[in-house]
Design a protein around this ligand. Structure first.
Ligand SMILES: C[S@@+](CC[C@H](N)C(=O)[O-])C[C@H]1O[C@@H](n2cnc3c(N)ncnc32)[C@H](O)[C@@H]1O
Length: 470
């Protein structure tokens, strides 16, 4: 052990938890050193065992809570510790919302250099359970049986969701949990004849890889996507037939072929096994078609809260030209099109662009155009063609916006920017950039799209104007 280091491995220490990290771990200080302890919350005093240390921090595991914070509550899911998906299930819901607001403020100040920005309280849910309309389950093997579950933390250790504790996941819609249970049983009935079979599970690429389930909350339509390798599967027909007889009313059953590397869920090829190629859902009187690969927000109740706030920030009067960058299946674009003169959607996934175009037709909207391609290429191209939008909505994936996209926004001098983000870190980075180029960050509304997890969505209104002093 380094002599100067204040801790040694497996040492037990008492720690006051004073903060929460963006990974949802409690953090306290031991002789000045930051110590991260999962499953703790600010206000707890805990006994923890040191697992590892680096130059500036240590990691420890919770042994006992000596004095609980007022916000601590018993986690509802028996798999809470093993699974790691719900990093905040030990924290009361109201307290979680408060902590998430703090995380957003912290990112803005620390990463974006933006202190003093108006950050509103995080908008929470009345009933924060079973809110997910989509689940991606891992197929694994336990005791010679196929099991559906999640990988624990950053590992490949399967936590089966139908073993120990409640049947299914407490965040996932109840119908989807039931469908998952049926599929697990049927994989065990019809899966053994598949290439490699269950005995070949330790192979690099097992045949059955994932089960992706989606549901339109408004329509009740359900899609099953079974992700497999590309070989022949003799049990396919019988599996599909029995799935449909056990769960009548499934709208779409698809086999997705993925022989690619682990870590990428879906392959390119979809083979329709039964029903339609897509499902539909409704949001605020608009109908949306959703294909297997298309992005669609996973919490429909909070999506409405988010989109209505975006609409409010866009302040449309019917005369505006709007760009919806990272438009997915066109949800935000079509929301805004009803109040704008013209909307351009930009999206990189061709299937999602196809869905967005169809969604415009389905909803009788003729002032929205969708363009395939990367925003960091399409937006500068539109700027070069002389487009000067009144409003740009940015809703990028977790990694945030490409720099070229932000440069194009600045170049076009867009008066109003509405930024929707699921990652406070990259949001803060991009807002910091825009603030440095002359935008005022007027208001941030965090929305709790993912209760019991550490994640938080934000919608932000920026206006073109003099830079705030930073
Ligand atoms: C967070 S989702 C938002 C989708 C949509 N606005 C919604 O609310 O459903 C981000 C979208 O950006 C797309 N995307 C990712 N990288 C992109 C890029 N470089 N250019 C364009 N679209 C991209 C993804 O396919 C996805 O549809």
């Amino acid at each position: 052990m380094n002599k100067e280091f204040p801790l040694k491995k497996m040492e037990q220490i008492e720690l006051s938890i004073t903060g929460l990290t963006h990974a949802g771990e409690g953090v306290g200080r031991y002789r000045g050193l930051a110590v991260f302890v999962p499953e703790t919350a600010p206000g707890d005093t805990v006994l923890a065992e040191v697992l590892e240390w680096k130059k500036n921090y240590a990691r420890a595991r919770l042994l006992a809570v000596k004095k609980p914070s007022p916000g601590r509550r018993p986690p509802r899911c028996a798999r809470f510790s093993a699974c790691g998906g719900c990093r905040l299930q030990h924290v009361d819901y109201a307290e979680q919302l408060h902590l998430k607001t703090g995380l957003v403020k912290d990112s803005l100040a620390r990463i974006g250099g933006l202190s003093g920005v108006a950050v509103r309280d995080t908008a929470g849910m009345d009933n924060p359970w079973h809110y997910r309309n989509k689940v991606v389950l891992q197929v694994g093997e336990r005791g010679g049986r196929y099991r559906l579950g999640f990988y624990a933390g950053d590992s490949h250790n399967l936590v089966p969701i139908f073993q120990d504790g409640p049947g299914g996941c407490l965040l996932v819609d109840r119908d989807l949990n039931e469908v998952a249970k049926v599929i697990e049983n049927l994989l065990n009935k019809y899966g053994h004849g598949a290439p490699g079979g269950i005995n070949d599970w330790k192979r690099h690429k097992p045949f059955f890889r994932h089960v992706v389930l989606r549901k339109g909350f408004f329509t009740g339509e359900i899609m099953v996507v079974l992700v497999t390798g590309g070989g022949q599967w003799p049990g396919e027909k019988a599996f599909t037939g029995e799935l449909l007889s056990q769960r009548s009313g499934l709208t779409s059953v698809v086999r997705n072929i993925n022989d690619g590397p682990a870590g990428v869920i879906l392959g390119r090829e979809n083979r329709l096994l039964a029903g339609r190629k897509c499902i539909t859902d409704r949001l605020d009187h608009l109908t949306f078609r959703i294909s297997p690969a298309s992005f669609y927000q996973v919490n429909p109740v909070q999506t409405l809260v988010l989109y209505r706030q975006a609409l409010d920030y866009a302040a449309l009067t019917g005369r505006e030209t709007v760009v919806d960058a990272y438009s997915g299946v066109g949800t935000i674009a079509l929301f805004l099109a009803r109040r704008a003169k013209k909307v351009y959607g930009l999206e990189v996934v061709p299937g999602a662009v196809g869905d967005a175009r169809l969604n415009a037709v389905l909803n009788g909207i003729d002032n929205a155009e969708f363009h395939p391609g990367a925003v960091e290429e399409r937006l500068p191209a539109l700027a070069a063609c002389g487009l000067r939008p009144d409003v740009v909505v940015l809703d990028p994936p977790r990694r945030g916006c490409g720099r070229e996209a932000l440069e194009a926004v600045v170049k076009m001098g867009v008066p109003r920017v509405v930024y929707v983000s699921c990652d406070p870190g990259t949001l803060a980075r991009d807002l910091g950039y825009l603030a440095g180029k002359g935008y005022r960050v007027e208001e941030v509304q965090p929305v709790d799209m993912f209760p019991w997890t550490q994640h938080v969505e934000c919608v932000v209104y920026l206006a073109w104007g003099l830079p705030v002093s930073r």
